[in-house]
Write a protein that binds this ligand. Structure first.
Ligand SMILES: C[S@@+](CC[C@H](N)C(=O)[O-])C[C@H]1O[C@@H](n2cnc3c(N)ncnc32)[C@H](O)[C@@H]1O
Length: 237
């Protein structure tokens, strides 16, 4: 256990590194993914605004380290970000080799930014056609019949997650195929955030099995230390 002041310094240094990486991502790609946004300031097309969490982009390091740990062959898998905001995760997935990265976002302004980001990203990388931002409620999303990686950056509360999992289970019953789910939250999330309820729901879903996330590099483990990252798989019948 490190003494308090040292541990705070390390925490601060890591937060600075994450912030720099996010800024660098935008500078490199001509995108706009950093500024946070509150749901109350946005226009929600459909879905329950009261159950949604504000826009905060996932730090690039989270997916850069977790995608290779969870998906052996991205070329045969479709990546889906449930609550995709400005689309940063979709762009990271495209760079990682997913041929299709779908984002579901219910706030019109964020969806519009995601479309602009996709175009800017395409001009730099030529990978824009892999990215499909969709405007709508994640709880009503119809999953495509391919193998899936689902990403949740703590986007909404339990009632919406329940609808997502019910839809996923129906889709997997209809078209059995592999699916891996990655749930990102913070280790210090307060109880009133409802995060624990979501994690329990994932653990208790009868069609899902928890799996470890093995982060290979010490640098990756250092950068991801403040995050509660949980993975589950649904195996094909
Ligand atoms: C914490 S942000 C994550 C953004 C993005 N996934 C990322 O990691 O960069 C959560 C996002 O979920 C969206 N959201 C919340 N409830 C939603 C719902 N029911 N349907 C679709 N999007 C939703 C919010 O508008 C917000 O953009």
């Amino acid at each position: 256990m490190l003494p308090g002041p040292l541990s705070r310094k390390i925490h601060h240094a890591r937060a600075v590194l994450h912030a720099r990486a996010s800024d660098r991502f935008d500078r490199r790609h001509g995108t706009d993914t950093v500024a946070e946004a509150r749901i109350g300031d946005l226009t929600v097309a459909s879905g329950d605004a009261g159950e949604g969490r504000m826009y905060v982009g996932s730090p690039p390091a989270v997916l850069e380290h977790c995608m290779p740990a969870l998906v052996a062959d991205p070329a045969t898998t479709t990546f889906i970000d449930m609550g995709s905001g400005k689309g940063r995760a979709l762009m990271l997935a495209a760079v990682h080799g997913f041929p299709r990265a779908i984002g579901v976002e219910f706030a019109e302004e964020l969806h519009a930014i995601a479309l602009r980001n996709r175009d800017a990203f395409d001009r730099i990388t030529g990978l824009g056609e892999r990215i499909e931002p969709c405007l709508g409620d994640a709880g009503a999303f119809a999953f495509p019949p391919e193998p899936l990686m689902l990403f949740f950056n703590n986007p909404f509360r339990a009632p919406v997650l329940r609808r997502v999992l019910d839809g996923l289970q129906r889709s997997l019953d209809e078209h059995p195929r592999p699916a891996v789910l990655l749930y990102q939250s913070m280790k210090d999330a307060p109880p009133e955030s409802g995060t624990d309820e979501n994690l329990a729901m994932l653990d208790e879903a009868p069609f899902l099995t928890p799996v470890p996330i093995r982060i290979a590099s010490p640098a990756g483990r250092f950068m991801l230390a403040p995050f509660a990252l949980r993975a589950h798989v649904a195996a094909a019948e």
